[in-house]
Design a protein around this ligand. Structure first.
Ligand SMILES: Nc1nc2c(ncn2[C@@H]2O[C@H](COP(=O)(O)OP(=O)(O)OP(=O)(O)O)[C@@H](O)[C@H]2O)c(=O)[nH]1
Ligand SMILES: [Mg+2]
Length: 454
């Protein structure tokens, strides 16, 4: 394919920047600008060469060129990666010189697209490249890396191949339709296979909840009565003054969100308006949002004050957190302001009962951080493969639907012809994930989300 070039490091000034050139004739094009000990044309694969980038006696920079020869490169094509000094001027000038010498500026994701088209990686691996670049936490990085190394592809390919084999037997039967007694595809074996595949696909579908949580963060709603210290807790967790804190009840009016990584897990913290009965229209709107946040959150941290003060408040506040807010996630009960409890403040993180005692104001929140990690791990799927991409999830759902039609069809003794159609739907849906079945529109959509240079 025609040679393309792009700056592959982030936009801006840095120590060094890397400009990538890939496609037929890339090495020859770079050679027209490169002055080293020997021309790159004679360089061995995977070697690095020092030299100058020079045109019409003007020296642009001193660089290192790494030479890759087809098919042993990321794209599968001959490639040169030029590491130049990271001045914006040098990067852009180098790009322009390469374009003048015969390269085309690469489109977003074009290098990865070529890797896919040249069979170096499949589609789900190509998508993992984008996820890896965007990873914000260790869990997210680990997930993208395992997908890049083929975890999703291998799992689906195995299912797909077994289905293909079976479908070919069913189709063979159709070719011999005149001989009704012939049955190449053993029905009880097909039944077993369909059950097994249905189970595996259902597992994968369930794993998407975890994948989604890893990518977008596990949602943690902090709820409780006004003034218990929810916003102080948010600030303590984040280590910055994100939310306004005051001793006035009803300080927080709207939900406030921010993300935090603890032990490699991304959390999406949501501070909410204190729950109480009030005639204030605006505050009530905030309280409604608190309820919605609690309802949707995967973890709900219910904050209270130490007992004596709490009892006092509950006399005035008829809204009780437990009974009035439906939470579907894991509930963590926290008693804040433990520094006010006599005898306990010196013994934090001692706990008197099931609740966790913290002091948000003093920053004594370690027991809660540990509990958040524990609860997050508990909600996570522990299967070998985790789906994290909505496109994959949607295709796996369709494959699952098709395989349940096969199961039903066999139960109803449907003809081989109809079974073969549903089997094919299942196979095609699985093939869409890895890109064995695809169309230009899907590809364009996937690669348009990449950055230029990748
Ligand atoms: N002694 C003590 N005071 C605290 C602690 N945490 C918060 N406070 C105080 O409690 C008051 C209320 O804190 P906020 O964080 O604004 O409470 P909130 O729950 O967000 O209140 P609303 O937004 O009104 O619902 C402030 O005066 C804080 O300084 C704590 O651990 N110990
Ligand atoms: Mg608040």
């Amino acid at each position: 394919m025609e040679p393309i070039c792009a700056i592959s490091t982030p936009y801006g000034t840095g120590g060094i920047a890397v400009v990538r050139v890939s496609g037929e004739g890339s090495i020859a094009i770079v050679d027209t600008l490169f002055c080293g000990r020997v021309p790159l044309a004679g360089a061995k694969a995977n070697t690095v060469h020092f030299g100058r980038i020079e045109r019409d006696k003007e020296v642009l920079d001193e660089v290192l060129c790494t030479v890759f020869r087809a098919p042993h490169s990321f794209t599968g094509e001959e490639t040169v990666e030029i590491a130049c000094h990271g001045s914006l001027f040098i990067q852009q000038e180098l790009l322009q010189w390469l374009i003048d010498a015969g390269c085309r500026a690469a489109e977003p994701g074009e290098f990865t697209r070529r890797a896919f088209l040249n069979g170096k990686i499949d589609l789900s691996q190509a998508e993992a490249v984008a996820d890896l670049i965007a990873a914000q936490s260790k869990a997210e990085k680990d997930l993208a890396l395992s997908q890049l190394r083929g975890a999703v592809s291998n799992a689906l390919n195995e299912l797909r191949e077994r289905l293909l084999h079976f479908t070919s037997l069913v189709e063979l039967e159709l070719d011999f339709a005149d001989h009704e007694e012939l049955e190449f595809a053993d029905r009880s074996e097909l039944n077993r296979l369909a059950d097994e595949i249905e189970g595996k696909l259902a597992d994968l579908m369930a794993s998407f909840r975890t994948g989604n949580a890893i990518r977008n963060g596990i949602s943690v709603a902090i709820i409780g009565a006004p003034n218990v210290g929810k916003s102080t807790l948010l600030n303590a967790l984040l280590g910055e003054q994100r939310a306004i804190v005051s001793d006035i009840q009803g300080t927080t009016r709207d939900t406030i969100e921010d993300t935090l990584v603890i032990d490699g897990i991304l959390f999406r913290l949501i501070d909410t308006a204190g729950l109480r009965e009030t005639g204030d229209k605006l505050e009530n709107m905030g309280i409604e949002r608190s309820r919605q946040a609690a309802e949707k959150a995967q973890i709900v941290v219910v904050v209270r004050e130490p007992n004596d003060r709490c009892a006092e408040r509950e006399k005035t506040a008829s809204l009780k957190v437990e009974s009035d807010v439906p939470c579907s996630g894991t509930v963590i009960e926290v008693v804040n302001k433990a520094d006010l409890i006599e005898g306990l403040s010196d013994h934090l993180p001692a706990t008197k009962d099931e609740r966790i005692y913290i002091s948000a104001k003093k920053g004594d929140i370690e027991p809660l951080r540990r509990e958040l990690v524990r609860a997050a791990r508990e909600t996570m799927h522990t299967g070998a493969v985790t789906l994290s991409n909505a496109r994959h999830y949607e295709a796996v759902c369709r494959a699952h639907e098709a395989i349940t039609r096969v199961q039903q069809g066999m139960h109803d003794c449907l003809s081989g012809e109809l079974l073969a159609m549903d089997l094919k739907d299942c196979i095609d849906a699985l093939g869409e994930v890895t890109g064995q079945i695809t169309n230009q529109e899907v590809l364009a959509n996937i690669f348009s989300k990449f950055c230029i240079g990748k």
